[in-house]
Design a protein around this ligand. Structure first.
Ligand code: SF4
Length: 700
């Protein structure tokens, strides 16, 4: 049947933000289907099964269509009007702030929110609530790479080049990334790389779907990627293969790093990482002899208490080889969440203002205050990071009320049972969502909001490409957009203007607020995004007809540091904060599976995805299974110092003998994970903690 309407838009899930056409053949949502949009460059028509099935969410039977307020007498959530719900929230916030001060109200955002929403949320917190307590779940995703990028290059943009550049590199190294499962359409670039004669190296404790396609798979002990990087750099320095001309011309700090990695000789690194000295030297040789090298990190390397230092160690390798700022070469981070990049640029992070400005920078405060029509002194200072804000909920030092937008923290926070207890200690929990997530189910007030295809807004994908997700259909009766919720609350809090509900108007304000900042969007508008299929930031407004072209490739002439040089950083291995012990003899690591996304609040509700990945499992090595007397499919209890869960065993030679793996899309895995934080990025250590295993039996 010929479609009556076709809208070019983007997938609601990961940072690839694959372009797709959403088509309807008749009026009504049941006829909605996904078609390819081959012209959109990042995915060139490719979609994974999450993208193909995304319309299933749009009229899901569990869709929330009425505000809900918890009845004080019965404890049940009861449907009320929007006026009543917003009045109750506003009155509660005012009362709590009067009693406990402005910082007693917190806002928790999400890396899936559009740029417009992230911007409006940051402004709402600082202008309407005047609280410093705002952060978002992206803190748990890319913050270590972001911090390292700022330190080394003076700027954080996940990929400083288009994704397709990896096809023309000589060697691509993926550190802690399972691209073939987390973002399958991106894997075509890896195939093209190899077809062009390039080599792929994967560093991962598991032989993932990505690792098995690699030319070299290195399988280190969880939490030892930093030592591995230092060992590789040691071998490069020892062999006299440092690109000294580049180091002299474009970097600073190499000598201290060279002195430090002198202590990381291959045999010592073998003892730390479990990777043989031969492999370490082999990797160093492969990299040193390549014309162009791209090193990409993802959560496997970054979600550690030493995540920032780990990324810096790999950046040191890239710099010593003279790669960053050259064509088809350099370092990049593979962002996770759909708007993980844009979400950290426009003000929903505790220490930031729009345009990736720092909230403690007087010039930044003056600029943003002027756009917002307030005095700089009225802007709060930096607040607590995401986990620290949640950890302090309900205490004298913490928030008493929390507004949650686009996040399911009950499932996604580390040490989740503790976070559940802290949520219960709040005086007021308000959750805006479109389904009854595990977090919404605990709220005092639930606000039903629009989702991806029901609203327009910009996202910034993993390449730094600002794209437009267009509205394709009318939202169901009873729901409002997050922008309308924010505006409605601001009005009731006595700030009647300044919170527009039209995404394009909000984006125009965001452009002004970002102008002159590191993430300058002032030269980008909806029309340009449409015509050019996305625009890369920074893209300043030139003020004349010769528009800035945007910046697909960063650092070609200089880095974004004051002197234009990239910085080496000497970083030492410390390992996972919690090491195996007689009581907890294994490493536990967590991650994603192809058919599910993040906390699963969306994908667990899509029938095809649920059928493909219906629940958690414990991946363990056959030798461990023998030791426990467990057969495939039998129930196994995994326990850590924080909690335990039971799931069926998945016995596989893909994993190290000292390590077990749990996917985190269901309640359970994060009851076990460690909340040790990186001292700089405040990233929790999701990827390594000590665990015990026990056969429970049954259910094969
Ligand atoms: Fe593309 Fe990611 Fe959506 Fe899959 S989930 S279709 S890889 S954006």
């Amino acid at each position: 049947m010929t479609p009556t309407k076709s809208t070019e838009t983007h997938c609601p899930y990961c940072s690839l933000q694959c372009g797709m056409r959403l088509e309807s053949t008749r009026k009504g949502v049941r006829e909605l289907s996904v078609a390819v949009w081959p012209e959109f460059p990042t995915n060139a028509g490719g979609l994974c099964r999450k993208g193909w099935t995304a319309p299933a969410l749009l009229r899901h039977r569990e869709r929330l269509t009425s505000p809900l307020v918890r009845d004080r007498a019965t404890g049940e959530l009861t449907a009320v009007s929007w006026d009543e719900a917003l009045e109750r929230v506003a009155a509660g916030l005012v009362k709590i702030q009067q009693r406990h001060g402005r910082d007693s109200v917190g806002v928790f955002g999400g890396g899936g929110l559009t740029n417009e929403k992230a911007y409006a949320l940051g402004k709402f917190a600082r202008v309407a609530l005047r609280t410093s307590a705002i952060d978002y779940n992206g803190r748990w995703c890319m913050s270590s790479a972001a911090t390292a990028g700022q330190r080394a290059f003076g700027l954080d943009r996940g990929l400083p080049f288009p994704l397709a550049d990896i096809e023309d590199a000589s060697v691509v190294v993926l550190v802690g990334s399972n691209l073939a499962e987390t973002a399958p359409p991106a894997a075509r670039h890896l195939e093209a790389l190899r077809a062009n004669g390039g080599r792929l190296v994967v560093i991962d404790p598991r032989a993932t779907a990505t690792a098995v396609r690699a030319d070299m798979h290195i399988q280190p002990v969880p939490g030892t990627d930093l030592a591995l990087a230092n060992g590789v750099l040691h071998a490069i320095v020892s062999a006299g293969q440092v690109d000294q001309d580049y180091v002299d011309a474009r970097t600073s700090g190499f000598d201290q790093v060279a002195a430090l990695v002198a202590g990381y000789w291959p045999e010592r690194v073998e003892r730390i990482t479990g990777v043989s000295a031969r492999e370490i030297v082999g990797l160093a040789q492969l990299l040193a002899q390549a014309d162009s090298v791209i090193i990409l990190t993802a959560r496997g390397a970054e979600q550690h208490a030493s995540g920032t230092d780990t990324v810096l160690a790999w950046i040191n390798v890239a710099l010593a080889l003279g790669q960053p700022g050259r064509p088809h070469a350099g370092y990049g981070c593979i962002t996770g969440q759909g708007n993980g990049q844009g979400g950290r640029e426009h003000g929903q992070k505790a220490d930031q203002l729009p345009g990736y400005r720092k909230i403690d920078d007087p010039a930044a405060r003056a600029h943003v205050a002027q756009v917002w029509g307030i005095e700089p002194d009225d802007l709060p200072g930096p607040g607590k990071s995401a986990y620290e804000m949640l950890d302090a909920m309900g205490t004298d030092d913490g928030v008493r009320a929390l507004l949650v937008f686009g996040s399911n923290i009950v499932v996604s926070a580390p040490n989740a049972s503790h976070i559940g207890e802290r949520l219960d200690a709040l005086d007021l929990l308000v959750v805006a969502d479109f389904v009854m997530s595990e977090t919404a189910a605990r709220a005092d007030v639930v606000l039903p909001v629009t989702q991806w295809a029901e609203e327009t807004g910009t996202m910034t994908n993993l390449e730094g490409r600002v794209i437009l997700r267009r509205q394709a259909l009318t939202p169901p009766d009873g729901v409002r957009s997050d922008l309308e919720v924010i505006s409605g609350l601001a009005q009731r809090l006595g700030v009647p203007t300044g919170f527009d509900t039209e995404p394009e108007v909000v984006f125009d304000e965001l452009r002004r607020a970002s102008a002159g900042g590191p993430a300058d969007y002032s030269g980008i508008d909806y029309g340009r995004i449409t015509r050019e299929l996305g625009v890369f930031w920074p893209c300043p407004d030139t003020g004349n007809e010769a528009a800035h072209p945007g910046t697909p490739r960063l650092f070609l002439d200089r880095f974004a540091t004051p002197d234009g040089r990239a910085r080496f950083h000497p970083v030492d291995h410390v390992g996972a904060a919690e090491q195996p012990s007689p009581d907890y003899p294994f490493y536990l690591t967590t991650g994603r599976v192809l058919a599910q996304y993040q906390s699963g609040a969306q994908t667990r509700r899509v029938r095809e995805l649920d059928a493909a990945a219906p629940g958690p499992f414990v991946e363990l090595h056959p030798m461990v299974a023998d030791l426990l007397g467990v057969v495939d499919g039998e129930q196994v209890r995994v326990a850590t110092r924080r909690g335990q869960m039971v799931a069926p065993a998945k016995i596989s030679t893909r994993i190290r003998r000292d390590t077990v793996f749990l996917p985190f899309h269901w309640v359970g895995a994060n009851l076990l994970t460690n909340d040790a934080l990186d001292p700089s990025s405040r990233m929790p250590e999701f990827k390594a903690c000590a665990a015990s295993l026990e056969r429970v039996g049954g259910a094969v």
